[in-house]
Design a protein around this ligand. Structure first.
Ligand code: 3IO
Length: 345
């Protein structure tokens, strides 16, 4: 009796070893697996991270599990300001950055910061992608670009009601990139900082509001701190998803094809997602936090837009000083915006 029990224990152990060994000896598949780290700076709930998870899932499906993407939201691998250099140095294989957080660096893409009149993130993303393909910016030569997109048009999220330019005068508001210069032209007292630093600044009262797209009312809980939103449709903030060039070159052709085929699709998917999510967040903020949405009249909107117009001339002058075709880029951006506004929505 005792002996037969020992026999069983022994057999089970053998079987277990055989099974584990068996799954290891499926080794070639495991050895072929490509693992990629993907860094992002804002919290997992926000749209740049939602698009990251969607991309990771699509890549896993389309490569039949050959590529595994490990995602790092919330600045756990690289943060907003060292994202690009971190990816170039190999600190992450892939990184998502807001190009507008580093003015002067991604010059051709800065046209996306200007008052061109982008009606939505979907249109802005399509325009950005075409401009990227046409101008092939010098600043992006050291990386493989996997996607480009923007947030939805920015609105004024604030602690006090802003119904006109007088209400806006001297108000300390956080903005990103060219948004700082834009808010100065409107008479506010803007402070530049990444989205990830805003919650603390709002809680400490360092700022009285944030000029950004409405998705973050919900995803970053700004609806709890900002009972008023002025819907002014200001700028969009451009983003880039970039991959370490050596890592890219090390991948097999079938995987490269999957990544390449996903690029423009991901651009449009993200635009559509964030536009829809901004609307959802608006409804949610009304219902859950009683946030008041203040719509500017068409006359007011025209007045606010006109005040920001000098940004375009400044951009062209700066670009031409750098021997870059600023005027042509602005004209293209306007034409493409018209085209995609009809084609998309
Ligand atoms: C943004 C950046 C990180 C997470 C969510 C976000 N929604 C809109 C943006 C871009 C932006 O408006 C900003 O202000 O940085």
């Amino acid at each position: 009796m005792k002996q037969s029990r020992l026999f069983w224990i022994f057999s089970c152990a053998l079987l277990a070893v055989a099974l584990i060994g068996g799954s290891w000896s499926a080794g070639p598949a495991v050895a072929d697996t490509i693992e990629l780290n993907y860094a992002n700076f804002p919290p997992a709930s926000t749209f740049p991270c939602v698009q990251m998870e969607r991309w990771a899932k699509e890549v896993a499906t389309r490569t039949n599990g050959k590529v595994k993407v490990k995602t790092f939201p919330g600045g756990t691998l690289l943060e907003a300001k060292n994202m690009f250099d971190g990816v170039v140095a190999g600190g992450a294989d892939i990184g998502c950055l807001a190009t507008a957080y580093q003015p002067g660096r991604f010059k051709e893409l800065e046209v996306m910061d200007l008052p061109i009149g982008f009606p939505s993130a979907e249109v802005a993303g399509a325009v950005m992608w075409d401009l990227f393909e046409k101008y092939n910016p010098e600043s992006l030569q050291k990386v493989k670009v996997l996607a480009l997109f923007t947030c939805a048009p920015a609105q004024v999220l604030s602690k006090k009601a802003i119904r006109n330019l007088d209400d806006l005068a001297g108000v300390k508001l956080r903005a990103a990139g060219t948004g700082v210069a834009w808010m100065k032209l409107l008479g506010a007292a803007p402070v530049g900082m990444p989205q990830s630093d805003v919650p603390e600044a709002l809680q400490k009262g360092v700022i009285q509001g944030n000029v950004t797209s409405m998705d973050v009312l919900k995803d970053m809980k700004y609806a709890e701190y900002c009972p008023f939103v002025t819907v002014a449709d200001l700028w969009v903030v451009p983003f880039a998803v970039v991959m370490n060039q050596k890592k890219w070159e090390s991948m097999p052709d079938d995987v490269k094809k999957v990544f390449d085929d996903l690029r423009r699709e991901q651009v449009l998917w993200t635009g559509k997602y964030v536009d829809g999510h901004a609307q959802d967040a608006m409804e949610w903020s009304k219902k859950e936090h009683n946030v008041e949405f203040i719509a500017l009249t068409p006359e007011q909107k025209a007045e606010w837009t006109a005040k920001a117009a000098p940004l375009i001339d400044e951009y062209i002058t700066k670009m031409e000083a750098a021997k870059l075709p600023g005027k042509q880029i602005v004209e293209d951006a306007k034409k493409l915006t018209e085209k995609y506004s009809k084609e998309l929505k």
